[in-house]
Design a binder for this molecule. Structure first.
Ligand code: GTP
Ligand code: MG
Length: 138
């Protein structure tokens, strides 16, 4: 069965939206396989976000993601990679569709990085790579 990495980013944890995000994941019918609250190191984040190195938002992104605790979840279910991306909505929270996590709960704060509450792996290949980084023992 397919697995994906879901992160509730520091803004989501700080705003008390962990339960709301996990509720939507479970209500969709996906299964939580592992769950962890931790502040990610810059080393982990530089590997997680390797594809964005050199982009203007890279440094603010790594700074933001290492600024406080995140909830990392291993989520399982048929086509859950695509399914969670659909639950999360578009990257930019201001215009993400209502009904999605970002569209319902996110907004623009005028900061250097889009604070958009959640991360979800963008392909099954990315999911395998990211799960190995975040949950090496799984
Ligand atoms: P993730 O699920 O977090 O990977 O989001 P995504 O796949 O929708 O976006 P992407 O992987 O392209 O970018 C990773 C993160 O960088 C985003 O979630 C945003 O937090 C931030 N980001 C991406 N693009 C921009 C941008 O153009 N400007 C700013 N300020 N931040 C961005
Ligand atoms: Mg991405």
């Amino acid at each position: 069965v397919e697995r994906t990495l879901v992160l509730v980013k520091p803004d989501g944890v700080a705003r008390g939206l962990v339960g709301e995000v996990l509720r939507r994941v479970e209500a969709k019918g996906y299964r939580l396989v592992a769950l962890d609250l931790r502040t990610p190191t810059r080393d982990l984040l530089s590997r997680h976000y390797a594809e964005h190195e050199g982009k203007p938002f890279y440094e603010p992104l790594v700074a933001f993601m290492s600024s406080g605790p995140v909830v990392a979840a291993v989520v399982e279910g048929q086509r859950c990679v695509e399914g969670f991306r659909s639950l999360a909505g578009a990257t930019e929270p201001t215009t993400a569709a209502p009904g999605t996590i970002r569209g319902d709960l996110g907004r623009d704060w005028g900061l250097a990085v889009q604070q958009n509450l959640v991360h979800g792996s963008d392909s099954p290949g990315s999911a395998d790579r990211e799960l190995a980084l975040w949950f090496p023992s799984l």
